[in-house]
Write a protein that binds this ligand. Sequence first.
Ligand SMILES: NC(=O)C1=CN([C@@H]2O[C@H](COP(=O)(O)OP(=O)(O)OC[C@H]3O[C@@H](n4cnc5c(N)ncnc54)[C@H](OP(=O)(O)O)[C@@H]3O)[C@@H](O)[C@H]2O)C=CC1
Ligand SMILES: O=C1O[C@H](COP(=O)(O)O)[C@@H](O)[C@H](O)[C@H]1O
Length: 509
Amino acid sequence: MVEPTTFVLFGATGDLAKRKIYPALYNLFLEEKLPAAFSLVGLGRRELSDEVFRANVEASLRQFSRRQPADAAKLNEFLRAFRYSVLDIGCKEDYEKLLRMIEQREQALDLTPNRMFYLSVGPEYFETIADNIQASGLGSANGWKRLVIEKPFGHDLQSARELNEKLSRAFEEHEIYRIDHYLGKPMVQKLEVLYQSNPVLQALWSNRHIANVQITASETVGVEARAGYYDHVGAVRDMFQNHMLQLLMMLASNLPYGSNSDTVRYKKKKVMEALEPLSKQDVHAHVVRGQYTAGTLQGKPVAGYTSEPGIGPDSMNDTFIAARLKIDDFFWRGVPFYIRTGKRMSEKATRIVIEFKEPAMQSSAVSHTGKTPNLLIFEINPVEGIILQLNTRDPQQQGEFKPIRVDFYEGNDNAPEAYESLIRDAMHGDPTFFAHWDEVELAWQWVQPILEAFQENLVPLHRYEAGTQGPAAAHAMLAEDGFRWWFDELSEKEEETIEGEQYAYHTNH
Ligand SMILES: NC(=O)C1=CN([C@@H]2O[C@H](COP(=O)(O)OP(=O)(O)OC[C@H]3O[C@@H](n4cnc5c(N)ncnc54)[C@H](OP(=O)(O)O)[C@@H]3O)[C@@H](O)[C@H]2O)C=CC1
Ligand SMILES: O=C1O[C@H](COP(=O)(O)O)[C@@H](O)[C@H](O)[C@H]1O
């Protein structure tokens, strides 16, 4: 049972609300996962009547919801909860007006005053909104209050700390839900269960058996219409500091059976604390910075980053980052974690590949031609699946090994979106899949030398052609350790030679 809730949506006329929040709420409603007593107040500067607001919400469902609103009665029942109020974030009187409106609705619907403030607005507004919520009395009713905020949470370590301090004046940590939509992806949420409920995985889940871990989030899209935002953040802030490090934490935290949200947060924090820090001078040896140039994607020519609308010809912004990380703890000491993410790469895929070690002793009487390492692959996005790569004998070529893949793909094309489970969890008061401040701070702390090294140009900016798997230097980084990125569609030529060097790939580590 979800408690009665008033959902106060700042940025109700914006892109995120239309594309993600309304469809998520609608699907939760259809699945009877919204509170029976539910009211939503949308806020923005635009003058809209309740009717126009509801019509806009309906239009967004028609465009973006995974389930079309076919049943008019159901749709009307859903939209009945929606009201709109004009609010300028900096205007104190607007919050007083909002308070009166919410109180009236709570009275009319006999709602306990539980209020969820969802900030779907730029981060520059977070502090003002939190202060005004407190000053107006919106947050001091006789129920719970929660603050849901979107990324980015700060621009670097210092700004993140400042922001957190400001939010803490109005909301306690347990009331703040920092959304990282990667934590809402079904396969990411399943990692915990897969580990806890499969002794075979538990037995293998350590430096005894694992040679390395590779986490990739490659995108085919470029900067799109987000130049103003992206050119100041780059891949390191947009994806790496948050989504990619969250994937690392979820994978490496070895959660014991029966973990609750406190254990999850504690374990994730421990992973971050055990990450070997990089010094600014060392960044170049463990981090590859890249930027896409013109190329071909799915048969079509695409522009290079510096020719994109809104991007200057001299921009040194990173559209790709790859890094080698080491976790110095009992489980993972000696296992490199390679993380990479980039725009305009050859495929849209988020996946984790776990490469297992080879047994130390091999019989010399048996040919090992064709043998590859065992791999366990978690496909996270856009397809969801688990693949195990094993070796068997090739029946045609008696003496040779042949890799086979045992795979399971989640066939549900209509799977819930990340925002559905995250909004539901926030309404339930379950913080498990939200980013705690401790993790966010540790993530910024780890990334800070990278930000500084990029800023001071201590790391070369490697160009990579759009439609490829990123700069050659990212392949060379793994080759230095005797590994390779799995699942790259490198052409044979590229595989043989990278920047004139022989690709050092061997399977016995
Ligand atoms: N869009 C996306 O896919 C994603 C967005 N995010 C984050 O979500 C947040 C919102 O992004 P997005 O929806 O794209 O942004 P938009 O620019 O599309 O929307 C911004 C919203 O903020 C409102 N707003 C702006 N200034 C004021 C003000 N002074 N007073 C009142 N309302 C104001 C606007 O309303 P009005 O114009 O009516 O005043 C509008 O509803 C950002 O933090 C973004 O980083 C995170 C992940 C993905
Ligand atoms: O947060 C962001 O994520 C998207 C990628 O998300 P995905 O769910 O499609 O993998 C990325 O394109 C965007 O730049 C970033 O802000």
